[in-house]
Ligand binder design. Structure first.
Ligand SMILES: *[C@@H]1O[C@H](CO)[C@@H](O)[C@H](O)[C@H]1NC(C)=O
Ligand SMILES: *[C@@H]1O[C@H](CO)[C@@H](O)[C@H](O)[C@H]1NC(C)=O
Ligand SMILES: *[C@@H]1O[C@H](CO)[C@@H](O)[C@H](O)[C@H]1NC(C)=O
Ligand SMILES: *[C@@H]1O[C@H](CO)[C@@H](O)[C@H](O)[C@H]1NC(C)=O
Ligand SMILES: *[C@@H]1O[C@H](CO)[C@@H](O)[C@H](O)[C@H]1NC(C)=O
Length: 460
C-alpha cells in the first residue's frame, strides 16, 4: 500500500511541473504572489483554529517549538509582504500559548520543554513587539513583557560552575529530560538573540551586557570557532566540561547568532560587532551554501535524511540573513546575492501535489533546492516555510524595519517577569495528545561522549 501511494505521489509530482511557482525576483508583485501561494500551503497544515482544537498547536508529527517558529515566520511574512491574512490566527495562537506566568511555559508543555523550545516562542514574541503587532489587552504584559520574562528565566538558568564550562545554558530545563547534560548553541543562541534585541528595543544596557557575555562564552568554549563558525554543542556530564564538541553545522545555529550580532552592531555601531557580523557572514557563505544555494550540511543528502525538526531550519537562516542585510547594511550585497540565487532555486522546487498537501495543487515545495533534487514524496510545514521565507526576502527593501520603544514600538513591558522553574512542577496538568507527542526539539544529535563513543541522543 505504501509503495502504491508513493508511486501515485511521484506521478503527481511529475505531472504538475506546468504549475511550478514562476517568480520574477525583481518584481515585487510576482514575489508577493509566490510567497502568498506557498504560505497558503504552509498554513493549511495548521489545525489550531479549528473548532475543538488548541490554538497554537500543530498536528502530529510537528512539535510545539515548530508552531512557535511558524508564527514567527508568519509575522515576518506580514512584515515583508504587507499581507495580513494570517495575523488573526497568529494573535490567537501566541496569546493562547503564553502560559499562566506569561513566559511561554504553558502547563501542557512545561515538563517536556527545552530552553530552545521556549526560545522559539520568545523569538516570535520579540518579533511581535518589534513589528508593533496587535497588542494584548490593556493591563496585561505585552509581547515585550513576555520576552523579558523568558530573558529573566534564562538568566536564572545560566550556570557558571567551573566544571560546567564556566557558563552557558543547558539544552533542557529539567534534570529528568534527556539532553540536560548537553549545552548547545541553539539554546544559548535563543538567549543571545533576545538579549540583543531587547537591548536595541529598550536601550537598557543590561541586555547588551548579557548579549556580549553569551557571545564571548560561546567563543570561549569553542562553540563559535576562530572562523566564526557556529558548532552545535557539547556534553557536560561526568567531567566532560564542553571538551568534546559536536561540530555539526546547522543553518539555524549560524543564523541565530548572525541575526543577534547584527542587532548588536545596529545598537552599538561598534567595530567589534562589525567584525563579528562580517566574520559570520563569510562563514555562512562558505558553509551553508553550495553553488549559491542554501543547504543543511549535516543531513541534506540525495536520500533526504534531515528529520522533521531539521527540515525547518533553512527558512530561519533565510529570514535572519535578510534582517542582517537591513540592520547591518554593509553586508547587503553579499547577503542578498546568496538569498537571490537561493530564492530562484527554491521556487523551481515548489511543484508537487503529494497526498498530504492541502495547498494549491502543484505548489508543494521540496526540502532540497539543488537542481537534481526531485526525490521527495511528502510535503511539510518546514518545506513550505523554508521556501516562503527565502522567496519573501526578495522584498527586503520595502519590508518593515523593526521598531524600538523610541521609534514607535508600543508593546508593554514587564521588566521583572518570569518565575522559578521549580515553581512550575507541582501544578496539576491534564495529559493531552499534544503532550504525548512532546514539546521538544527532537533533533537527533550525535554526541561524542566522554569516552569517545558515539551516542545517539533522542529526547522522548
Ligand atoms: C483557520 O485558518 C485558516 C487560515 O486562515 C483558514 O483557511 C481556515 O478556514 C480557518 N478555519 C476555521 C475553522 O476558522
Ligand atoms: C492544554 O490542554 C487542554 C486539553 O487539551 C486544552 O484545552 C488547553 O487549551 C491547552 N492549553 C494550552 C495553553 O495549550
Ligand atoms: C572547564 O572548562 C572551562 C573552560 O571551558 C575551564 O575554564 C575550567 O577550568 C574547566 N574546569 C575543569 C574542572 O576542568
Ligand atoms: C534593565 O534590565 C534589567 C534586567 O532585567 C533590570 O533589572 C533593570 O531594572 C532595567 N533597567 C531599567 C532602567 O529598566
Ligand atoms: C540600523 O538599522 C536601520 C534599519 O532598521 C538602518 O537604516 C541603519 O543604517 C542601521 N544602522 C547602522 C549603523 O548600520
Amino acid at each position: 500500500m505504501w509503495h502504491l501511494l508513493s508511486l501515485l505521489g511521484l506521478v503527481q509530482l511529475f505531472n504538475s511541473h506546468a504549475t511550478a511557482i514562476d517568480v520574477d525576483i525583481t518584481n515585487d508583485a510576482s514575489v508577493k504572489e509566490a510567497a502568498a501561494t506557498i504560505a497558503y500551503g504552509a498554513v493549511k497544515f495548521y489545525t489550531g483554529n479549528n473548532t475543538g482544537d488548541v490554538p497554537g498547536n500543530l498536528p502530529d508529527p510537528y512539535y510545539w517549538w515548530q508552531a512557535g517558529a511558524m508564527f514567527g515566520a508568519l509575522l515576518d511574512y506580514w512584515a515583508f509582504t504587507g499581507d495580513d491574512s494570517y495575523n488573526e490566527i497568529t494573535y490567537q495562537a501566541m496569546w493562547h500559548q503564553r502560559g499562566d506566568d506569561y513566559d511561554y511555559m504553558p502547563t501542557n508543555q512545561t515538563r517536556a520543554l527545552g530552553n530552545d523550545d521556549q526560545g522559539f516562542w520568545a523569538l516570535a514574541s520579540m518579533s511581535a513587539a518589534e513589528l508593533n503587532f496587535q497588542n494584548p489587552p490593556e493591563g496585561e504584559p505585552g509581547w515585550l513583557g513576555l520576552t523579558q520574562a523568558i530573558f529573566n528565566e534564562y538568566v536564572q538558568r545560566w550556570n557558571e560552575a567551573s566544571d560546567s564550562c564556566n557558563g552557558g545554558l543547558r539544552w533542557q530545563i529539567y534534570t529528568f529530560n534527556n539532553g540536560y547534560t548537553y549545552k548547545n548553541s541553539i539554546s544559548n543562541g535563543c538567549f543571545f538573540n533576545i538579549a540583543a534585541r531587547l537591548a536595541r528595543f529598550t536601550g537598557n544596557t543590561t541586555y547588551a551586557d548579557w548579549a556580549t557575555k553569551i557571545f564571548e562564552w560561546q567563543q570561549g568554549v569553542g562553540f563559535i570557532n576562530d572562523e566564526w563558525t557556529v558548532r552545535d554543542g557539547a556534553g557536560v556530564a561526568e567531567g566532560a566540561n564542553c571538551t568534546e564538541i559536536n561540530g555539526a553545522l546547522f543553518t539555524y545555529n549560524a543564523g541565530i547568532f548572525l541575526h543577534g550580532a547584527a542587532y548588536m552592531y545596529n545598537f552599538t555601531e561598534s567595530d567589534t560587532w562589525k567584525t563579528r557580523v562580517q566574520g559570520m557572514v563569510d562563514s555562512v557563505s562558505k558553509t551553508m551554501f553550495q553553488g549559491g544555494i542554501m543547504w543543511e550540511p549535516p543531513c541534506e543528502t540525495t536520500s533526504g535524511s534531515c528529520n522533521n525538526d531539521q527540515r525547518t531550519f533553512k527558512g530561519l537562516l533565510s529570514r535572519w540573513m535578510a534582517a542582517t542585510a537591513k540592520l547591518a547594511p554593509f553586508t547587503y550585497d553579499q547577503v542578498m546575492g546568496l538569498l537571490q540565487s537561493t530564492a530562484k532555486a527554491a521556487a523551481q522546487h515548489c511543484v508537487g501535489s503529494p497526498s498530504n498537501f492541502k495547498g494549491h495543487p502543484g505548489t508543494a515545495c521540496t526540502f532540497s533546492w539543488f537542481a537534481d533534487s526531485t526525490y521527495e514524496e511528502t510535503s511539510g510545514v518546514g518545506e513550505q516555510l523554508n521556501a516562503m521565507s527565502v522567496i519573501m526576502t526578495m522584498l527586503v527593501d520595502s519590508a518593515m524595519s523593526p521598531f524600538t520603544s523610541n521609534t514607535g514600538g508600543t508593546s508593554a513591558g514587564h521588566v521583572d517577569g518570569g518565575v522559578s522553574d521549580d515553581s512550575k512542577l507541582d501544578k496539576p496538568r491534564e495529559i493531552t495528545n499534544a503532550d504525548r507527542a512532546g514539546a521538544g526539539i527532537l533533533t537527533t544529535l550525535i554526541i561524542g561522549s566522554l569516552l569517545g563513543a558515539v551516542v545517539f541522543l533522542v529526547k522522548d
